[in-house]
Structures are given as C-alpha cells and as structure tokens.
Ligand binder design. Sequence first.
Ligand code: AMP
Ligand code: ZN
Length: 469
Amino acid sequence: MQIYNTLSKKKEIFQPINPPVVTMYMCGPTVYNYFHIGNARSFIMADIVRRYLEFKGYQLKFVMNLTDIDDNIIKKSIEENKSTKELAEFYSNMFFEDLKNLKIKKADFYPKATDHVQEMIEVIKKLEEKGFVYVVDETVFYKVNNFENYGRLSGKNLKDLESGVRVEINEDKTNPLDFVLWKKAKENEPSWDSPWGKGRPGWHIECSAMSTKLLGESIDIHAGGIDLIFPHHENEIAQSEACFEKKFVKYWMHFGFLNFQNEKMSKSLGNFFTARDVLKRYNAEVIRLFFSQTYYGGPLNFSDELLESAKKGYEKILNLAIKIESELKIQNKSNVIPDFNLQKYYDDFSSVMDDDFNTPQAIAIIFNCIHDANKIIAGNQNIDVAFYVDLKKFLQVTAGGVLGLIHFDELMGNAKVSLENDLIQLLIKLRNSLKIEKNFLLADKIREDLNQLGIKLEDSKTGTTYKIK
Ligand code: AMP
Ligand code: ZN
C-alpha cells in the first residue's frame, strides 16, 4: 500500500512503526463556532483513511484534538458574555453532534488543550533545558535557527521563509519565524501557573504534547488541511524532534481545500456554509460521495451542481440497496445463480484504495458493479437469494464500511423507509392486477399519482421497479 507523504513529497510504501497498530493524529477544530463544510472535507477524508486502514486489518489508534483556548475563543467569549469554558463546551458539543450526523466514526480520544496544559509545560521545560527557547517578559519563544531541519516539511529554507513570512508579528521575537510556546496572561484572561509566570500555551505546543501523551513520541500518520503545513506542522516537528530527539511523524498527510468560487472556504473570509446547514439539504451519504469523488489532496469547488450530481449517484446506490433488502425478505430459492464475479470488484477496489486512497477510482468501481448488477437483475427473473446476499456484503463493506455511503442497518432499521417500500410494493401489485383486469385508467392513475410524489415506476420485461426521484 502506498501513501503520499508531504515530507518526502512522494508516494511511499506504507509500513507502520508497530504493525498491526497504526497511530493517527488529526488536527481538530478550534471550538468557537459551528464548523463549516470545508472543515468537514478534512474530517470526512481523515475518516475514510482511518476506515480503509481498519478494513485492511490495522488496529487504529485515532486522536483528534480540540483547541478550547486561544485568542478567537477569548474574543468570542467576551462578545457573548460567557466564560471561555462555557463557550468551548457548547461548540464542542455542536462539533460532536455534526460529526455524528456526517457519519464520521468516533476517534479513540478527543483531547482538549485545557486538560493537558501540564504536559505542554513539561515539553517547554525540556526545550528550555536543551537551549531551544528564549523568554521575553514571561512569554516563551521557540528559536527556529537552533533547529537544523526547520522548513523541511514545507519545502523551504529559512531564508525563503523569512522573506515570505505570514506569521504573527511580535516585536519581542528575534527572528520573525520564532513562535510562541507560552504566552504571558493578560488581565482577566484564563491562565495557568508555570515556571515562567501565569499564562497559557501557544497553539502548536498543544498538538506536540497531546499526540505524545496519547500516541507516543513517534507516530505513524499526522493529518490536517494543507493550510496547516506551515507554520503549524512545521512548528510541531521543531518542538517534538528537538524535545524527544526522535522522528516525530512517519507520514504527513494533507487534505486539499474546499473552495467556494475558487477561493478557500474559511471562517475569516466569511464565504462558508456550516456543515449543519448543508446537512439540512443533503444527507451525510450525499456529502461524503461529493467529497470522495475528488482526490483528497487536491482542491475541490463547492457547488450545488456537484452536490446534485452526488445526490443522483447516491440514489443509484440507495435504489439497489432497497431492491436487495426486499429480495432478502422474500428469500427466493432457485437455480438462477448469475455468473457474477464479485471478487474482481473487491480486488479492483483494494488496488485503487491501496494507491494513496484513490477514492474517485474506488467510486467508479462501485458504480460499475452497481451497473452490472442492475443489468443482471433486469435480465433475469427469479434470481436466487444468494446473489443478493453477496451483493449486499460487497456494498456493505466497500460503499458502506469504508466510504460511509450507504447504511443498510438504517435502511432496515428506519421503519419509515421500509414501510414506504412495502407500501410502494403494494401499490405496484395493485396496479399489476388492474392491468390484468384491463382497468388501465386506474392503473395509470396510480403511476401518475406516485410520480407526483416523486416515486417513479419503471416497467420492464421482468416486472416493475421504482426509483425515488
Ligand atoms: P480550523 O478550525 O480552521 O483550525 O480547521 C480545522 C480543520 O479543517 C483543519 O485541519 C484545517 O486544515 C481544515 N480546514 C479549514 N478550512 C478548510 C477548507 N476550506 N477545506 C478543507 N479543509 C479545511
Ligand atoms: Zn495540530
């Protein structure tokens, strides 16, 4: 299996440090707002990577952090007249609610920065002992010149970085690239005691300290959006490798931006849609299909047109799933067992996903399978239930388990869907009887009335099926 590594800028063979365990850390949200559909792209693609590794038999230890103290949180808490704790707790709960509605699997840990301040202080103390920091007025800075490999991840040398810096301006820094490890508290701000005085941790130190605490000094995969390569991830490497003198991360993985009208969707530009608003119009499966149709590392434009086309794709999967479930209820036994080689689709699916999680190709393979299966169903009456059992398993494992595009348990568990299906089947039977009795007027009326409700009946030699438009 191959995975693109931002550090080497090429695809590398995936060999975890301690197989079958794979440790994966994903930079999570700063909880002062509902997250937007751009953030959701990164969260969903990380979820797919994690699910595929589990499908391959790896035991994942997956961590996503929550930044629950920073300038934005403090600012908003003042605006809303709440404590930072109250504000962060509220948006953390909203974050978990949205993740659940996007059908994202739970991480093993969701560490909050404020629960791990002591570990952060310990890392900064070690860095101080090793001569990587300087202190100006109770604020601690990391001295990037002392770290030999600074700039390796972003592929830049110190000179290039200095000339094009977009880092926080601060007169106390001796080099503009130096960054804050510990920030002196301002009046009325939340603060913690430390050897340098009352203050709070910088953003980058959170991830170094929490990933080490929960996953060890060296981890397999560290992921986030491409905006985090510099300075966030560059700084994490500088902190962790200077502190522990070990390679911090084996594979760096970055997700491309979701753009809106060719501009990065972001809170600061205000050109965003919250995930929960998009979820009101499209279900999680459609949103996940929309994201999976593009390579995770490249850019993707958010548009209604693309979401509508994903919706059509989802309906193809859904219609076949409904057909499978109704056949499984009937349990038809016959000697009509079509020659349908599902192993080929499994193999193709694995081989494209093994190639750096090529989800667009994986989807093409699933749709080929659906197309071929529908052809068989349309061309054969009386197919043995074994065909549907195997087909369900394939969809459940690939489209369902790995990509999260169909959920059979909900299909059946969801009484509404199954009742709706039973009622439509009843009307189809009634219409067939009417046609036999040559009562075409009423038979056509049933079809038309269903059509008006968005249920399209399709007659073929082998019977009548339906599609939900
Ligand atoms: P934030 O809350 O802005 O720190 O972002 C949380 C996660 O979402 C990070 O991994 C970001 O890199 C990622 N992210 C932010 N904006 C986008 C976007 N427009 N497209 C994809 N990922 C994004
Ligand atoms: Zn991080």
